[in-house]
Ligand binder design. Structure first.
Ligand code: HEM
Length: 426
């Protein structure tokens, strides 16, 4: 097999398959060979060039004209006619939001919509996160075991996301199903028979987003980032378009929710797999902010992102013709020895942990990163204080097969409720 530029494809590049369990379980480990020997390779199975080193990925993020983000939310697996017809029947038209918008449209829109993300604005959400974290832990603290994903980590970030966006709290289970369908639709490889069910869920999600938006337009002074966008549209209709609002209404729920839920589950799993580190964190919660960064570096919730090459160029000495599609494996960059000393070591005191690329980099860098950090810090504060004696239960972790959004579907932990610190305090 040959690359589109006519070079032979190596055996390992030919075998690369990000929908396989090996990638799901540990993406940076799965591409270690590439990071060390063939840092940019063409994957015939995917039809993408795969980039694995820190400096190369940062160079791609830095130049969003040569490396357009327009394919960031494209279906990585083209669907069949039947699924496409289902999507069309719902009027599905997810288009540019921010993350997949090109210049010159992107920066003015990003600037117009930034204020609700300032540290002062985010402070308003902190009490809600704290209260939710406490009340969810209350529900299971006497049980001695819990699936943290199902019993807490999925729902709280969803509640916070809806609150931040300004969406009335709706049927959480339905939204969870919709979100996962969106992930599979965008970054997964559903079998033909699954594609139709996924298309129905995504179509329903799209229509739901439209209805919520219509309702919001009747009360544009209500709090919420989407209402903020609706008000900005009145002043700058060419910057904040209808298509943007409808697409962001849907994509925003997923961007704010699944990423954070998965990031926290990955972090707790990683910490409990290192009981000594967990103990240190319980003894000194002041270490939590940097521990959060190190967890995002070592085991982040976005494993890879995408770009489209707009003109013939080179990355790391490899020719990439216009039209090339790139899978930039940020989780691999985060384990690059060239940037992080002893990169596989989990070190919550690492001084450059926050150089990780889990939130992307440059003009599209995650706008919600400080909201996500705040949530993760509060969850860890509550866990270290109230459940310092928890440990991982025996289990095999499973992941929704896809290139990008990554977190265990379940996270079972256990502890002796008789040893709960708050019983001793009482
Ligand atoms: C963009 C990851 C949480 C809103 C992004 C990008 C990534 C990402 C990889 C693309 C960056 C790039 O192209 O350079 C994450 C992770 C999160 C998280 C790992 C949690 C741990 C959130 C939250 C919100 C949010 C909570 C909203 C409340 C956004 C928005 C963009 C974005 C609006 C688009 C920014 C732009 O293109 O200008 N995020 N995200 N994210 N994220 Fe997040």
């Amino acid at each position: 097999e040959r690359t589109p530029t006519g070079c032979p494809v190596s055996q390992r590049a030919a075998e690369f398959d990000p929908f396989e369990d090996g990638y799901q379980q540990d993406p940076p480990e799965y591409v270690r060979w590439a990071r060390e020997q063939e840092p940019i390779f063409y994957s015939p199975k995917l039809g993408y060039w795969v980039i694995t080193r820190y400096d190369d990925i940062k160079a791609v993020f830095r130049d969003n004209l040569t490396f357009s983000p327009s394919n960031a939310l494209e279906k990585i697996t083209p669907t069949g006619e039947e699924a496409n017809a289902v999507l069309a029947s719902y009027g599905f038209a997810l288009n540019r939001t921010l993350v997949n918008e090109d210049e010159p449209a992107h920066m003015p829109r990003r600037r117009a919509l930034m204020d609700p993300f300032t540290p002062e604005a985010l402070k308003h959400h902190e009490p809600l996160v704290r209260e939710l974290a406490r009340s969810y832990v209350d529900r299971f603290i006497d049980d001695g075991r819990a699936d943290l994903v199902d019993q807490m980590l999925w729902e709280i970030p969803l509640t916070v996301a809806l609150h931040f966006l300004g969406v009335p709290e709706e049927d959480m289970d339905t939204l969870r199903k919709y979100s996962i369908a969106h992930t599979v639709n965008t970054w997964g490889r559903p079998k033909p028979e699954e594609q139709v069910a996924v298309a129905h869920a995504v179509g329903n999600f799209w229509q739901y987003a439209g209805k919520v938006l219509d309702k919001m337009r009747q009360d544009p002074d209500a709090p919420g980032w989407m209402q903020y966008g609706i008000r900005k549209q009145m002043q700058h209709p060419e910057v904040v378009t209808d298509s943007y609002l409808h697409s962001m209404m849907m994509a925003g729920i997923v961007a704010a929710h699944e990423t954070t839920a998965n990031a926290t589950a990955n972090a707790v799993k990683l910490l409990l797999q290192h009981p000594q580190v967990w103990q240190e964190l319980c003894d000194d919660p002041g270490l939590i902010p940097n521990a959060v960064e190190e967890c995002l570096r070592h085991n982040g919730s976005v494993a890879a992102w995408r770009r489209l090459v707009t003109k013939d160029t080179q990355v790391g000495g490899v020719d990439l013709p216009a039209g090339s599609r790139l899978l930039i494996v940020t989780s691999s960059a985060n384990h690059d020895e060239g940037h992080f000393a002893d990169a596989d070591l989990f070190d919550i005191r690492r001084d450059n942990a926050s150089d990780h690329l889990t939130f992307g980099y440059g003009s599209h860098q995650c706008m919600g990163k400080n909201l996500a950090r705040m949530e993760m810090q509060i969850f860890l504060e509550e866990f270290t204080r109230r459940l310092p004696h928890m440990r991982l239960s025996e289990q095999r972790f499973s992941y929704v097969p896809n290139t990008s959004f990554r977190g265990p579907e379940h996270l079972w932990v256990e502890w002796d409720p008789r040893a709960n610190p708050e019983r001793a305090d009482a």
